[in-house]
Design a protein around this ligand. Sequence first.
Ligand SMILES: *Cc1c(COP(=O)(O)O)cnc(C)c1O
Length: 459
Amino acid sequence: MQHFKTIIEPFRIHAVEPITMTTREARVRALEDAGYNLFGLPAEDVIIDLLTDSGTGAMSRDQWAAIQHGDESYAGSPSFTLFRKAVQDLFHFKHVIPTHQGRAAEKILFATVAGPGKVIPNNTHFDTTRANVEFTGATAVDVVIPEGRIPSNLHPFKGNVDLAALERVITEAGPENVPLVMVTVTNNSGGGQPVSLENLRAVRAVCDRFGLPLYLDACRFAENAWFIHEREPGQAGRPVREIVREMASLADGMTMSAKKDGLANIGGWLAMHDDAVAARCRNLLILTEGFPTYGGLAGRDLEAIAQGLVEVVDPDYLRYRIRSTAYLGDALVRAGIPVVRPIGGHAVYIDARALLAHIPPLQYPGQALATALYVEGGIRGCEIGTLMFGRHPDGTETPAAMDLVRLAIPRRTYTQSHMDYVIEVVTYVASQAAALRGFEILDEPPQLRHFTVRLRPLA
Ligand SMILES: *Cc1c(COP(=O)(O)O)cnc(C)c1O
């Protein structure tokens, strides 16, 4: 068989959304108005929006059709039954609790099991996960393998948990103070890096030794399963669905954002085996999200997610998804731009600390790079570094482990020519790196400051 190297999108375009072509001058003004915070920009002032892959993907013809099938009954909607069946077809958990998005699942879970004095280990807590753990008074500890913190290291499973560090954290805290162990697949904040089945099995064994439940932050479970399929010895012949089921079988529960590998624009869920924990979570759900058969979602959303879960494990989709992300990343590597390697599943992460070595971490080199990509090319990425993670609950500030700019790729949304433009803009900005300046903070909220912080460029 002839192997052609061009990655074609395994779909045709059915409806189009216009992109407004802005000028550099207009973008300079828009950025100033937004307090140099890219979250503050009107989206129509962005040409290529790589802020996040969360809820920004294109739904399929069959998902739009499923939306028409949505049943909006307050209680016992058949759309919920369909949704629960689709979830349980991949994740065998007894209780499936829909939420409006992933952070609502986190909020309910940690409000139920965490609290002052508790410690939650995770390969790397995502920002909302960490915030929800810390909001209860508990401590979030990251225990990713050391390779996972080195942007240039080529380990195939850089999201893996450091088992010795995990045991140490559990022993030091006392197992009675660790309500659960969490593993994020793929490891978003660590560069979209996968976790191997072998590592998940070993984490399971550690949890068993201490009698602790294991929860997956499963937002990108399908991408993680594809990496296992591609990289883990003995896994290439297995259907992705089966790999997902094995990942799930090693866990006691999960939190999920359907805005990622649910291929939907909104939604999430919390699932677990434990009847008592489920009952307490459902009580909270009713307080904050809604009745347990809709949980903050419309019946039509539940239908879109159910169909998304069928499409997301299609090998043609996953091959395209992972290879097209690598297309962008590999081009930046060839252009000599420091990026987190190997290229992750949903995003390319530029190592801003390496590219802008003249800007100290506490002057936010990631923000300097992200704002320059916007000014020069209208590309909106996201700082994942000291601005996002540097501030601690006690008010102190230290540099984050890495200062990255994430270019997250919305699912099934942009074409290869859009990516060729991104490559051109990033390469140009990198050539001007020495002229970029850092930032100082004008005002910030106490939690998740990166969403609303206002900044000023340093002279
Ligand atoms: C997006 C995400 C979340 C939170 O989900 P939302 O739907 O955005 O609330 C949690 N963990 C990880 C790893 C994520 O990527």
